[in-house]
Write a protein that binds this ligand. Structure first.
Ligand code: UDX
Length: 441
């Protein structure tokens, strides 16, 4: 009999995991404690923007014409406990308010609510990003005949479906051969197509996730630190990144300099990692992450400085600032810890009249920063602007016609916070183009 799977928590990770598991052929029951989310998902609608996810859901959600019917949703832990052989816990672990540590309350409450309903022999699989040591502690709240495994997730927003169906590795922390065997059965599809399957213990599995995100954050802050030096020395960080990236040991990816990293993962993961290392008495090992964080935050302030300089150097009062991009990265509607909105908010607080446009992030941005101005298109955002800031590298912005925007703007100055626009095209259309870590020209 094929395994029956459940997914607890249907945010980015959980909704994608549930749909992907149905795509792999399993019967899946997804649970969330928010009834509105469950209602939407049950109709094949996704509460966030993620390319390809809605199509995949509609292919499998029971009750949708032509679907496989393998995917259902509920708010009942009792139903989930009775249904599943393997339960994936995918709830989020945000940064605690005013602290570096991560908030484990959703994970703890998911385990607490699930535990009394689990069948003998069930396997609970943690996928949430947690401080090392959590799995061992959580195993203790499960009933005697229920096992735990830890299986971190590495998906990127914007590529979530593909990353889940074709992961570049599957990491499982297990304490028994049976748990490993069950997870090999779950992931037989991707492993058959070549995804490496790495088996380890609980602490290593937990650490793999935080180590990977710390490495990625370090790479971005490294190139942003080089951008600072390039600006001081009149060098070009984009060329520099290209040149060092030719060395396979360094690699080309994650070397895009700009206003730095944001989102729901990298910033909070490096902070939670430092907090946990402190608790373990290993804080010295991670002091470099403090620097990674501060280089990153400095980028946002630097963009504000460049914008102030562009509007005359003294103040933003009476100045109109167009902001292209609100999400923390393109192909997502996620504005959590978005560098773009942080920059927009800082300029607004300093008296600038800010108008934001983003292809998918407008609703979320409005909710988070209701006092900023918003426009329905890039051209409308730029109308009458004294400076234009390009802060999230959507394809739509690369395809803009600089000549059309030149007619709308009051002053033709564009600051490229993502090093993603073509300087030549913009300069030819009469713009003063400036980017971070590149010569002024
Ligand atoms: C990240 C990890 O990549 C993923 O493996 C993990 O599971 C979750 O965290 P995500 O947050 O979706 O994924 O975004 P990612 O593509 O990693 O980008 C993070 C941030 O870094 C974005 O704000 C992006 O704009 C920025 N970034 C990325 C750069 O500034 N420069 C780069 O070269 C790459």
């Amino acid at each position: 009999m094929a395994l029956k799977l459940t997914v607890i928590g249907t945010g980015y990770l959980g909704a994608t995991h549930a749909a992907a598991m149905a795509e792999l052929g399993f019967e899946v029951l997804g649970l969330d404690v928010v009834p509105e989310k469950i209602e939407m998902l049950g109709q094949g609608r996704v509460p966030m923007y993620e390319p390809g996810l809605e199509e995949l859901l509609r292919k499998h959600v029971a009750g949708i014409e032509g679907s496989s019917g393998r995917l259902r949703f509920t708010t009942s832990f009792e139903e989930v406990g009775a249904f599943g052989d393997v339960h994936f816990v995918c709830v989020n672990t945000p940064q605690k308010h005013g602290e570096y540590a991560c908030d484990m309350s959703y994970v703890e409450s998911a385990f607490g609510s699930l535990a009394p309903h689990l069948r003998d022999g069930a396997l609970v699989v943690g996928k949430s990003t947690v401080p090392v040591g959590s799995a061992a502690r959580l195993a203790a709240v499960l009933p005697e005949n229920v096992e735990l495994a830890w299986n971190p997730e590495f998906l990127r927003e914007g590529f979530a479906v593909d990353d889940t169906l074709h992961p570049d590795r599957i990491v499982v922390g297990v304490e028994s051969e049976r748990a490993e065997k069950l997870l090999r059965e779950v992931y037989a599809g991707p492993v058959g197509e070549g995804s490496p399957f790495v088996v380890t213990d609980f602490p290593t599995a937990e650490l793999v996730k935080t180590a990977a995100n710390s490495f990625l954050a370090t790479k971005i802050s490294f190139i942003n630190a080089m951008a600072e030096v390039c600006e001081a020395a009149d060098g070009d960080v984009v060329k520099l990144a290209e040149a060092i990236g030719h060395d396979d040991r360094i690699g080309k990816k994650f070397l895009r300099a700009g206003i730095g990293f944001g989102g729901g993962c990298l910033p909070k993961d490096i902070r939670a990692f430092m907090a946990r290392a402190g608790e373990l008495g290993a804080d010295q090992a991670l002091t470099f992450l403090r620097e990674v964080d501060s280089v990153n935050m400095r980028r946002r302030g630097h963009m504000v400085e460049l914008a102030r300089e562009a509007v005359g150097g003294e103040t933003f009062l009476g100045k109109r600032v167009a902001v292209l991009g609100a999400t923390f990265k393109p192909d997502s509607d996620d504005v959590r810890d978005s560098p773009a909105l942080n920059v927009a908010g800082q300029i607004h607080l300093q008296g600038g009249q800010v108008t934001v446009y983003d292809p998918k992030g407008m609703d979320n941005a409005r909710r988070l920063f209701p006092t900023l101005g918003y426009a329905p298109s890039a051209v409308e955002a730029v109308r009458g602007a004294d400076v234009v800031l390009h802060l999230t590298e959507w394809r739509e912005f690369r395809d803009l016609d600089p000549a059309e925007l030149a007619e709308a703007a009051a002053t033709r100055i564009i600051l490229d916070g993502r090093n993603a626009l073509d300087p030549v095209t913009w300069r030819e259309a009469g713009w003063t183009y400036r980017a971070m870590g590149r010569p002024r020209a």
